[in-house]
Design a protein around this ligand. Structure first.
Ligand code: CUK
Ligand code: CUA
Length: 867
């Protein structure tokens, strides 16, 4: 056996107790052979595999590209956790199908038109002192220049703002180091106003720019009235980054069409791609956002376009706030180093990355050391004087991310689109150190907090544009491919391919999971979009249907497992609003709600209130129901919307003669359900007794469950009263109905109560030794648990106290497990075999396993009172 397999099987054995070491490693070798796995593969698997219930160290927010959404996944497991509805509807979350989420989407209307798709590119997490604070996430829509703000307290989009002057954007969203502003750079030059301007006037009337959005960091709101745009030449601005530390207060945006070429392939002119890349260099825009923000406060310094402040080029130039630095042909990524001293720019048509020195740029600015001006009068700094060094990386360098050893080793990673590689190099010395192949054509790469002042290193993710032959063929449209790379060693190691069925992700950002603190539930009756109590909040007992003119308001509640009210009758043509509050407090007890055929849907997480408004424009009967499988009685969680036409006369249907139960049958059924309830209650009482005696209230997780259970239980007396009243009146049918309701509450109580009890046992029991823990696993995995339930007589005897049942008990039990057949004639065993009609089988347990199981039995005996 090779040493690495040996090592890995040792690791594996640590967790797979119950299988002997030899059999584990031979099993492992068998699997390797069958699946054609190499040792490298096994190592990669061990680095990424996350056992059930395990958590990831990092959380990644990836742009969802043309889906207009955001994806959330974990690293290193690469398990997708969520899609966040942002610019486009997302039905599961009710995003775009209830009133409040429709309102957020409507903020994204452009010139009155609702836009239902988006092209998300660059997510960014809010920063404090240049480090992620885990509070807010923003992202841009390139196609319909907009920025959205997502609240990381509930992972829900709370605001969308439309760029009032751009016709497309790209270099956003980027936070400044204290989240004072969000930078959003234009992409394709276009008139800033909304009028027609002929192509021939491109240079005169088309413009680019950077919008500097004021951000209210505390409330997570973009403040459009305090925001402004820096006018720039129509150079097709591209990616941006905010300066930090040394370069704090400055912004950097590159561009790719210094030629200001305007295409015209249909007129016999060369296409854009030829004309836009004629010059050897394009421009890095360097601007002082801090100074410009001050300037923009004075109306004399701005012109108002579409109701929005724009600082003209000449104002910015006059105030020494806007400069250009040439950069190699058609650059793409621009990334400021964690200390703000260097700016790394990749030219996608150049094989180099250029490292600019902020010191040098600043010196040129201070000494007014320029080589000239562009046609718009912007001073140009000499590229040679601004550059620190250039690194020859390979074909098609695009984007950069910093590693944790940036300070000492200048650790940086760059994606090479054409070469399909990630290169590790040193931006201080411009020396290449390592490269790894990816599949295929990488765009961005995502480092762990790799864009902040505090890069964590460890992993880097390649966001590849093409998957080609990497996955099963699922038709001509292939999945996207994110590849996880381990960067902890000297050589990079490719660990994992994650296909993504949502495209095309451009940039992703990763944050330590420990920095995120989302809630598990809302305060009862919350409207997540205002953060306040919803006007439709309804508590149990307050449900009602109110008519105001021809608008019918339903104030309803949902809780396992019913929707109240269950019948809503309205007139054809009425407007109907359902206000629904999820009364649950239990974690993850989400209900969904829809009215069939009315194109409405809501997701009701615990405590949330939603509103659904629609016009009852078709006569008929429309079931409504809960769309999440929330409990055993989920299918019963429904009701009816009945829409009748007030101008019609409805003839009541002939009453069908239904067969009825005889009074004796009814009485028998009543007695049966009452007896069942009494028996169920006994179980509940014993569980409650156990919980109280063991002070469940000391353990918050248990306490939550118990409260939830008692909540259900507390609803019984009211039902019992009704059942008894009907029984007295002789209406057994109704009495049975209410007794059934009681049983349902009991089942829910018992379900949660027993979960609480099992949890509590673990909390109050004496701690298990390692051997006992292994013994428990061996007991369950070895099949013992199939017949023996600790604390109960099941298909086999209860094993509590088994070590005391025989003289020299430990030895006796060990022998019996090893060779049960030898004791079939023992009178005690014989009687057991007769009683249970089963023989204890030989489970092929090893000696170590048997030893561990005995330790487990000892632990059981110590805690016998708990079972
Ligand atoms: S962009 Cu797509 S690979 Cu929009 Cu940041 Cu470079
Ligand atoms: Cu609530 Cu299903």
């Amino acid at each position: 056996m090779s040493s690495i397999v040996k090592k890995l099987s040792m690791v594996a054995i640590g967790t797979m107790v119950g299988v002997s070491m030899a059999s584990a490693s031979s099993e492992l070798e068998k699997v390797m052979k069958e699946r054609g796995l190499t040792q490298q593969d096994l190592l990669a698997a061990a680095k990424t595999y996350t056992p059930s219930g395990g958590r990831d160290k990092y959380i990644v927010f990836s742009s969802g590209g043309q889906s207009g959404q955001i994806m959330v996944y974990g690293v290193p497991s690469m398990r997708i956790l969520k899609y966040i509805g942002v610019f486009t509807p997302e039905p599961w979350q009710g995003w775009g199908y209830d009133d409040d989420t429709k309102k957020v989407l409507a903020q994204g209307k452009i010139r009155g038109k609702q836009i239902t798709w988006g092209d998300t590119h660059h997510p960014a997490i809010s920063e404090t002192d240049g480090k992620y604070d885990g509070k807010w996430l923003v992202i841009n829509d390139k196609a319909n220049p907009r920025i959205a703000v997502i609240d990381l307290a509930d992972f829900v989009t709370k605001q969308i703002v439309v760029n009032p002057v751009f016709k497309s954007d790209h270099g956003g969203a980027f936070f400044t180091p204290n989240s004072e502003y969000i930078l959003e750079a234009c992409q394709y030059g276009a008139p800033l106003d909304n009028n027609y301007h002929p192509m021939e006037e491109y240079k005169e009337t088309y413009r680019g720019g950077v919008t500097v959005w004021k951000f209210d960091h505390k409330h997570g709101k973009i403040l459009p009235e305090k925001s402004f745009t820096i006018e720039m030449p129509p150079y097709m601005q591209d990616l941006s980054d905010a300066g930090k530390e040394a370069s704090y207060g400055w912004g950097f945006t590159n561009s790719f069409n210094s030629e200001m070429y305007t295409g015209g392939i249909e007129k016999g002119l060369p296409p854009f791609e030829a004309g836009c890349s004629r010059n050897d260099t394009d421009y890095l825009h360097v601007y002082n956002w801090k100074k410009l923000a001050k300037l923009a406060e004075n109306p004399k310094n701005v012109k108002i376009i579409n109701g929005h402040k724009v600082v003209p080029i000449d104002v910015a130039v006059k105030n020494n706030a806007l400069f250009l630095v040439p950069e190699p042909k058609s650059p793409h990524g621009v990334d400021v180093s964690p200390d703000g001293k260097y700016i790394v720019v990749c030219g996608k048509l150049d094989t180099h990355a250029t490292v600019y020195s902020w010191d040098k740029i600043k010196k040129a600015i201070d000494h007014k050391d320029f080589v000239g001006k562009d046609p718009y009068g912007i001073p140009i700094i000499d590229m040679k004087k601004a550059a620190h060094c250039q690194a020859e990386l390979g074909l098609g360098p695009l984007h950069n991310q910093y590693g944790s050893k940036w300070k000492t080793d200048g650790e940086i990673y760059t994606s090479l689109y054409v070469d399909s590689q990630v290169v590790k190099w040193n931006y201080l010395t411009c020396k290449v150190e390592d490269r790894v192949n990816v599949n295929y054509n990488i765009g961005h790469l995502c480092g762990m907090e790799g864009k902040t002042e505090d890069p964590q290193g460890e992993y880097i993710i390649a966001l590849n544009k093409l998957a080609i032959d990497r996955f099963n063929n699922i038709g001509p449209l292939h999945p996207q491919n994110h590849q996880l790379i381990d960067i902890r060693g000297k050589k990079m190691q490719l660990l994992y391919d994650m296909p993504i069925p949502l495209g095309e992700p451009h940039q992703a950002v990763a944050i330590r999971a420990s920095k995120l603190h989302p809630h598990v539930r809302y305060k009862m009756g919350t409207n997540p979009f205002t953060g306040k109590i919803h006007k439709g909040k309804t508590l149990a007992g307050q449900e009602k249907i109110v008519r105001k003119g021809n608008h019918v308001y339903v104030y309803g509640t949902v809780v396992r497992s019913h929707i109240n009210p269950e019948h809503v009758t309205v007139n054809l043509g009425d407007t109907v609003t359902f206000y629904l509050t999820n009364l649950e407090r239990a974690e993850d007890e989400t209900h969904g709600f829809t009215v069939d055929q009315y194109n409405v849907h809501a997701s009701l997480e615990p405590g949330k209130t939603v509103a659904l408004t629609f016009k009852a424009d078709r006569e008929g009967v429309f079931p409504y129901y809960c769309t999440e499988f929330c409990s055993a009685l989920h299918l019963e969680m429904m009701g009816y919307l009945l829409v009748k036409d007030p101008s019609k006369k409805y003839v009541s249907a002939q009453k069908l003669k239904m067969a009825k139960m005889s009074p004796e049958q009814l009485k028998a059924e009543y007695d049966k359900i009452v007896a069942t309830n009494a028996a169920t209650d006994k179980v509940i009482q014993s569980v409650v007794k156990f919980l109280k005696e063991n002070h469940y209230e000391k353990y918050p997780v248990v306490k939550q469950l118990v409260e939830d259970a008692l909540d259900q239980y507390g609803k019984i007396p009211e039902q019992k009263k009704k059942a008894d009243e009907y029984f007295k009146k002789g209406d057994l049918e109704k009495a049975i109905l209410f007794e059934n309701m009681i049983w349902q509450y009991m089942v829910k109580t018992a379900d949660v109560g027993i979960r609480a009890r099992d949890l509590l046992i673990r909390k109050v029991a004496t701690p298990m030794s390692e051997a006992a823990k292994r013994g428990e696993v061996a007991f369950n995995e070895g099949g013992c648990g199939g017949c023996h339930v600790i604390g109960k007589v099941s298909s086999g005897p209860d094993l509590t106290g088994v070590l005391q049942r025989h003289e020299n008990g430990e030895k006796w039990v060990a022998e019996f497990i090893k060779n049960p057949e030898h004791k079939y004639n023992d009178p005690y065993i014989q009687s057991m075999i007769n009683y249970f009609n089963l023989r204890m089988p030989n489970q092929g347990m090893s000696d170590e396993e048997i030893k561990d199981i005995i330790e487990y039995f000892k632990w059981v005996d110590e805690n016998a009172n708990l079972f």
